[in-house]
Design a protein around this ligand. Structure first.
Ligand code: GLU
Length: 487
């Protein structure tokens, strides 16, 4: 909250989406920055639903917003689902509060009932056009105003037509002249307040200290400031986010560039931590070389100082990179848990050997979806089978040796492997035990057939990893079976 000297005692930020559809990267990034800032300063983060434009509302959006934020781990301290000291947190349930402030403005002489019909306003507009000047409501303030009965729009009467200069925590000093000020609508004829009015009242009542929002609101800031003046409210501090640009860096990100529902990323197998990490880097950096950061590290490093003014380019390749980095860093057990949950949720058959191949899958997949698809395609099914029967042709394909020689090598490999105890049967130990022999005899003649014997496939991980993966018993059984095939 802002005290009279402008010092902040307690950081309060909010995310205030309108329920007009799904959450896209821009909205989520705004939420993320507001949340990181609150968390960093031990403050409060509020979720508030701005549903005063009933014509634009899309059913199910509120649930969707909540689900998206929760999936990403962005949790609020006050909000529509959990309540809080300033409840309700849905604007359509706060109409009494807006009426109270509307009456206050009327009493102070800063609001009037708009007397004009649509036709009259249209005539004013045409007249301004002919005279080549901007159309402003404040040029048409009625001399005598009727009492406001709620059936007509209630308009703000700008108290002073002047130039406004303000400081933005990201953009620095900003200013706008008189042309940016007008008698805007506070309450529409349908009884709902406008965004311009409602958010100011709510931010004030909810003790918001910092407004984190998109750059489309800069143009309206003088209007907001004139309303703060009329209400004698100290405005919160403003932090304007850089726009998110399409991959060409020239225009704002659109659906065509891949701006989509944030929950689609869940279906595509992205980890929420990776998406959060990626979003944080859309216009921000920690001020050092680090890129792969956990949520705790992001919170720790976060400040408005390192948010850039210029637009940030959206690049889905970079998101895949972040995801791969986060997947690789997961301990095998966590990776397996994530992958299993993903496979169950999206209808893949899970298999009992997932845990064993976790480290392989992590290295090879950029997303959980890729890992799930590899498992479904049977890329790792050789782990489950006991005996596999590769063809002689494949066993010899790159061995550069004849069947009899390869057969001898496989026999010798078995004799070496049998000496390793069951629990010591790791990739390193297997490698140590046979690598000397393979080097001496020709690696392709020993290791190629061994690998094919174990996997049955032309391509697979190396034979040491495979041995450890399937265990001593299956390894020996498969090498024995391959010897039978060779004639
Ligand atoms: N309801 C506005 C929007 O969804 C929020 C703007 C703000 O954060 O003040 O764009």
């Amino acid at each position: 909250m802002n005290d009279r000297n402008g010092t902040i005692n307690h950081v309060v930020t909010r995310f205030a989406p309108s329920p007009t559809g799904f959450m896209h990267v821009g909205g989520v990034r705004t939420a993320l920055f507001a949340w990181l800032f609150a968390r960093k300063h031990g403050g409060t983060f509020i979720l508030r639903i701005e549903d005063t434009d009933k014509a634009r509302e899309v059913g199910g959006s509120i649930e969707h917003i909540i689900e998206s934020l929760k999936w990403l781990g962005i949790e609020w301290d006050e909000g529509p689902d959990i309540g809080g000291p300033h409840a309700p947190y849905i604007q359509s349930e706060r109409l009494d509060s807006y009426r109270k402030y509307a009456r206050l403005l009327i009493e102070k002489g800063f609001a009037y009932s708009d007397p004009y019909t649509e036709e009259e306003v249209e005539a004013f507009r045409k007249q301004a056009e002919t005279e080549k000047r901007a159309f402003l409501y404040r040029d048409h303030r009625p001399n005598v105003t009727e009492a406001w009965d709620g059936t007509k729009p209630l308009r703000f009467k700008v108290p002073a037509i002047k130039r406004y200069v303000w400081n933005d925590l990201v953009r620095g000093e900003l200013s706008a002249g008189e042309e940016a000020l007008d008698d805007f609508i506070l309450i529409k004829s349908d009884g709902y307040p406008t965004y311009n009015f409602a958010h100011i009242i709510d931010d004030h009542e909810m003790g918001v200290s910092h407004i984190v929002r998109a750059d489309e609101f800069i143009a309206s800031t003088p209007k907001f400031l004139s309303l703060y003046d009329a209400l004698e409210i100290t405005p919160p501090l403003f932090a304007t986010m850089p726009p998110i640009l399409g991959p060409d860096g020239k225009h704002k990100l659109s659906k065509r560039d891949g701006a989509k529902d944030i929950l689609d990323y869940r279906k595509e197998g992205y980890l929420p931590e990776a998406l959060v990490n990626f979003l944080a880097f859309l216009g921000w950096n920690p001020g050092d070389e680090r890129e792969v950061l956990s949520i705790a590290e992001l919170t720790d490093a976060f400040s408005f100082d390192h948010i850039q003014k210029a637009g940030a380019k959206f690049n889905e390749e970079k998101l895949r990179w972040f995801n791969h980095e986060h997947l690789k860093r997961l301990p095998d057990t966590d990776f397996t848990a994530h992958l299993t949950a993903f496979m169950v949720e999206f209808g893949f058959d899970t298999s009992t050997y997932l845990g064993k191949i976790a480290s392989l899958l992590k290295e090879r997949s950029q997303t959980l979806l890729e890992a799930a698809e590899a498992v479904r395609a049977g890329d790792f099914s050789f782990c489950e089978e006991i005996i596999i029967v590769p063809s002689q042709e494949l066993l010899l394909k790159s061995a550069k040796a004849d069947a009899a020689t390869v057969k001898t090598h496989l026999k010798h490999v078995s004799e070496l492997l049998v000496k390793i105890s069951d629990d010591a049967f790791t990739a390193d130990v297997v490698k140590d035990s046979i690598f000397g022999y393979a080097t001496e005899q020709g690696r392709s003649a020993v290791l190629w057939p061994m690998r094919v014997a174990l996997s049955g496939k032309e391509k697979s991980p190396d034979p040491f990893i495979l041995s450890a993966l399937i265990g001593k018993e299956k390894t020996l059984a498969r090498i024995a079976a391959a010897q039978e095939i060779l004639r």
